[in-house]
Design a protein around this ligand. Structure first.
Ligand SMILES: [Ca+2]
Ligand SMILES: [Ca+2]
Length: 265
């Protein structure tokens, strides 16, 4: 029973968070719509979104807190916007390989409280990449000139360095075996009084609930409740204590559980 005493010491010292979960963004359900508005015309384009979000819940049965560890959101298709008005002028804007990723992976964002499954983390440092370019002719060029901007420009978004997103918000739903994350974003940017660019996007991703064999009560964390829960099952000769799955509940199962318990989630 030497291991028993060792395990109890471990239990008292550690009440772990649940395991982080890597949630791939489902590009068939995730998209962004970008709209260009000017006084003399509008255009819009859409693209699917891809990437992933790494998050961690305090437990996977009734989560109360969420921590974001990493994210990467990719605009999968080129964005093409064009307002072409015969004799007046033409404005084209393109965005190529645009993405946003967490600028400081390894530094947790949160934990923040989940209220009705909703979360919001503020002041999110992000790195943008991709190439944004525009070209204005005719009256559009006059507008840009008046605003002190060149009529043609190519901007490498990475040159901006780290930008701070106001917030990252969404909803998390934990089902029987999966974690569902939904997030929407809405940004409106004025371009020197010449144009307004509106972006509206939504992101959906699912991932399996982290596997955790020693999590006897299924709350996503390993703690004393699991240890004593296993002991109860073991003493009661319950099938669920058959860790070495041979239909016999014996010392092998006890030590297999201890190994899984020490390994954690
Ligand atoms: Ca547990
Ligand atoms: Ca067994």
């Amino acid at each position: 029973m030497r291991n028993f005493g060792l395990a109890v010491t471990f239990v008292i010292g550690a009440t772990a968070l649940g395991q982080p979960v890597h949630v791939p963004i489902d590009s068939s359900q995730s998209s962004i719509r970008i709209e260009l508005q000017t006084d003399i015309g509008n255009d819009s384009d859409t693209s699917p979104l891809g990437g992933s979000i790494d998050l961690q819940l305090d437990n996977y049965v009734a989560p109360g807190f969420l921590t974001v560890h990493d994210f990467e959101i990719n605009v999968l298709e080129r964005i093409d916007l064009e307002i072409d008005i015969f004799l007046v002028g033409r404005l084209t804007i393109t965005g190529d390989s645009v993405s946003a990723s967490y600028a400081t992976p390894g530094t947790p964002l949160g934990p923040v409280a989940l209220e009705g499954g909703n979360f919001e983390v503020f002041a999110v440092p992000a790195l943008l990449t991709g190439i944004l370019s525009y070209e204005a002719t005719g009256l559009f060029c006059v507008f840009f000139d008046d605003a002190g901007l060149p009529c043609e420009q190519t901007i490498d978004l990475a040159d901006a360095g780290t930008v701070v997103l106001e917030s990252l918000a969404g909803t998390v739903v934990v089902g029987d075996a999966s974690v569902l994350v939904e997030s929407s974003l809405s940004v409106s940017q004025d371009v020197q009084g010449v144009a307004t660019v509106n972006a509206d996007g939504n992101i959906v991703g699912t991932a399996p609930v982290p596997d955790c064999p020693a999590d006897i009560n299924g709350d996503g964390i390993i703690d004393a409740d699991d240890f004593f829960g296993f002991l109860d099952l073991f003493v009661a000769d319950d099938d669920r204590a058959d860790f070495v799955d041979d239909d016999v509940i014996d010392a092998d199962d006890f030590f297999a559980f201890l190994d899984a318990f020490v390994d954690g989630c």
